[in-house]
Design a protein around this ligand. Structure first.
Ligand code: RUQ
Ligand code: CUA
Length: 665
């Protein structure tokens, strides 16, 4: 044990006050806490596979990144809410509609919480959902293709932070507004906050791909809503959301929203909400929002605009929401695998409060209420609290579970993971993390059956953990072994954007379902080109449509003439390969957009507006074959009004097919 390590151990064993002094934002003595066999525990030999897929949110990158665990190897970046020039997502005609909103085309967002779909309370590997925080949306990622397949905008919301947590059957995923706003949004003085600003909790149907919709919304007092989790087992049918700023401050929240000793966890009985919808208590409220989804056979996204939601006022639907008083400005709310305990992380609290679902039911039956706020009964704290974890550390945020009776809570301020026992509430272990942990994640750790072998700490500040890369460092994750009594630090690895939360699942559940290529025969894009004979160039006014194939190692046709300055040229390229991971790309000189990358069997469109006469090369951007550098072509651009004829150099063989009466351009 080296000096600094021994010193830290003493500190960690000392009082909470001592921990406060080594407050995380100032890097403390660099200590690894790594024990002898750590390297072999995370080593995945060349060609071997990791045990888990981990899906990490990209935060302000708007994306999801996929890592293998335990190695920490980056497997893929999945573009979701931000344009991705690497493959043309959000730039090409096929995917752009996914980013449509009532605010127009929104090419960026801040993605926080990946959530795997569940069956009977266990992650099932069908889909991953993730929220957009800034312009509230939820995306579905199809885990056969690892692609965004659907995005729904959340109306009457501002800041979709408490999202997209799922019910145990994936019937609903949720979104609660972080910021309260006037609903419907309107031009009012900001200091009329208390009269005019409201929150909403949205329940989105999720089990039917291509058909996500807002089932109903619940109108809530004007607080900030932060995070949520569904009940399970005995508490199935309930949803829990944290709220803070019950002071209803509209300025300097740092101080003004930190006054009350307790804020609330809102317990929502969504079966009761369904009854109120059936009974016609929910009011149809006009509001516009977008639903965008990818047609699986053409692989073209479509947008539809919706115009109304069903809004439930708790005062009209008795029993739909109760408030559980919770110290102090709670952030995370997490339900243990049995469904009995509801754990809140009060950012400013000195304890971790744990509510009991059984006690909550009894308190409701006994009407053990302190008061009622806008039709919502506030239950008595003593009547619902199961226990408090004493002296857990400073700044508790999020809790996950190992399925063996223990909970693990991230401590932002004291920069550690704290392990404690459910039922006795005693702290049994601590692991310092570098630095300032936000979320933590155990594969399945928010579900009924956690795979409690590893824990990933997602840290907010990196500082000196890696070689310096200027003022901004990549964020840092740490992998911890939780299979034994004591936590063991195994690995640091850098992540992309700001990973808020992550979820992981055994690779065996997903890997064999992964698609290898799109069947060309089933490609229904109106612009598909299945053979060279179907390729060519056509003009419709100032629009020129080019259809071509890409296959190792050529485009066909590969030379075009007759385009004029002032035309809009659409290159519709189809990759006719039918083999796993054989991609081609397409880019043309001076194009004002990204390239397109073509998966095998897929059609994509690059739109180009040439600005001056000349001859422009295009080429394949993906090193696909030995003759990749030969995979190129030219397009000739003439002045507007020129009489150069429209031609594509179709090969003699294809020409014979065309004159033989087969489908031509
Ligand atoms: S959170 S700030 Cu999930 Cu702790 Cu977003
Ligand atoms: Cu096709 Cu390089």
């Amino acid at each position: 044990m080296n000096i600094s390590k021994r010193r830290f151990t003493q500190l960690a064993a000392a009082s909470i006050g001592a921990i406060a002094i080594i407050y995380a934002c100032a890097p403390r003595a660099k200590t690894s806490f790594v024990t002898g066999d750590a390297a072999s525990r995370v080593y995945i030999a060349p060609g071997a596979y990791d045990e888990y897929y981990a899906f990490m949110s990209g935060g302000y990158s708007g994306q999801v990144s996929v890592y293998g665990l335990p190695s920490g190897r980056l497997l893929k970046l999945i573009p979701v809410f931000s344009q991705f020039a690497e493959d043309g997502y959000g730039y090409n005609a096929e995917t752009k509609p996914l980013l449509e909103t009532t605010y127009g085309f929104v090419p960026w967002d801040d993605s926080h919480h990946p959530e795997l779909s569940q069956t009977d309370g266990v992650p099932d590997g069908r889909w991953l959902f993730i929220n957009a925080n800034n312009t509230p949306r939820i995306a579905r990622i199809d885990l056969t293709t690892f692609e965004t397949s659907e995005i729904i905008q959340i109306p009457n919301s501002a800041g979709g932070h408490a999202s997209p947590f799922t019910t145990p059957d994936t019937k609903y995923i949720v979104s609660a507004t972080r910021f309260s706003v006037p609903i419907p949004n309107s031009d009012v003085p900001i200091d009329s906050y208390k009269q005019n600003f409201k929150g909403t909790l949205s329940f989105i149907t999720a089990n039917d791909p291509g058909k996500m919709d807002v089932a109903f919304q619940i109108l809530m007092p004007g607080y900030n809503y932060d995070l949520g989790h569904a009940g399970k087992g005995p508490s199935d049918g309930w949803f829990f959301f944290t709220s803070y700023n019950t002071e209803q401050a509209n300025t300097k929240l740092e101080e003004n929203a930190s006054q009350n000793d307790k804020d609330f966890v809102a317990a929502v009985n969504y079966k009761r909400a369904e009854e109120c919808v059936t009974q016609g208590v929910a009011k149809a409220t006009p509001v516009e929002y977008y639903h965008n989804y990818v047609d699986p056979s053409s692989r073209i996204a479509k947008s539809e605009k919706k115009s109304s939601v069903k809004m439930i006022d708790p005062a009209q639907c008795a029993g739909v929401v109760y408030y559980l008083p919770t110290p102090k400005s709670p952030h995370g709310v997490d339900v243990d695998p049995t469904g009995e305990y509801i754990v809140a992380g009060g950012k400013l609290a000195t304890v971790i409060p744990v509510h009991s679902f059984t006690k909550m039911q009894k308190a409701i039956a006994d009407k053990a209420f302190d008061k009622t706020i806008d039709g919502i009964p506030v239950l008595k704290y003593d009547a619902v609290i199961a226990g408090e974890v004493q002296k857990p550390g400073l700044g508790p945020l999020h809790t996950e579970f190992d399925g063996k009776g223990y909970a693990y809570t991230s401590m932002f301020i004291s920069s550690e993971v704290v392990k404690w026992k459910l039922g006795t509430w005693e702290v049994v272990d601590r692991m310092p993390v570098y630095y300032s942990i936000g979320h933590l994640m155990i594969p399945g750790g928010d579900s009924k059956k956690p795979w409690g072998k590893y824990l990933v700490a997602m840290n907010k500040i990196t500082k000196d953990r890696y070689l310096p890369t200027g003022p901004e460092m990549a964020q840092s994750a740490q992998l911890i072994d939780i299979s034994g009594d004591k936590m063991k630090m195994l690995l640091d690895f850098p992540t992309i954007g700001e990973p808020h939360y992550a979820q992981a699942i055994p690779a065996s559940i997903i890997k064999d379902k992964s698609l290898k290529f799109h069947k060309l025969a089933e490609n229904t894009s109106p612009w598909v080109t299945k053979s060279e004979a179907e390729g060519g160039i056509t003009r419709n006014g100032k629009k020129v449509e080019i259809k071509m194939i890409a296959i190792r190692s050529h485009f066909a046709p590969d030379n075009f003439e007759g385009v004029q300055v002032g035309d809009t040229v659409n290159f519709h390229v189809t990759n006719i390969e039918q083999d796993w991971d054989i991609l081609h790309g397409f880019a043309v000189l001076g194009a004002n957009t990204s390239e397109i990358i073509l998966q095998p069997g897929e059609t994509r469109t690059l739109t180009w507006v040439p600005k001056s006469p000349g001859v422009y090369p295009f080429y394949c951007t993906d090193f696909c074959s030995a003759l990749h550098q030969e995979m190129q072509g030219y397009i000739r651009v003439s002045p507007a009004g020129s009489n150069v004829k429209l031609i594509a150099n179709v090969s003699p063989k294809a020409q014979a097919q065309i004159s033989g009466g087969q489908a031509g351009k």
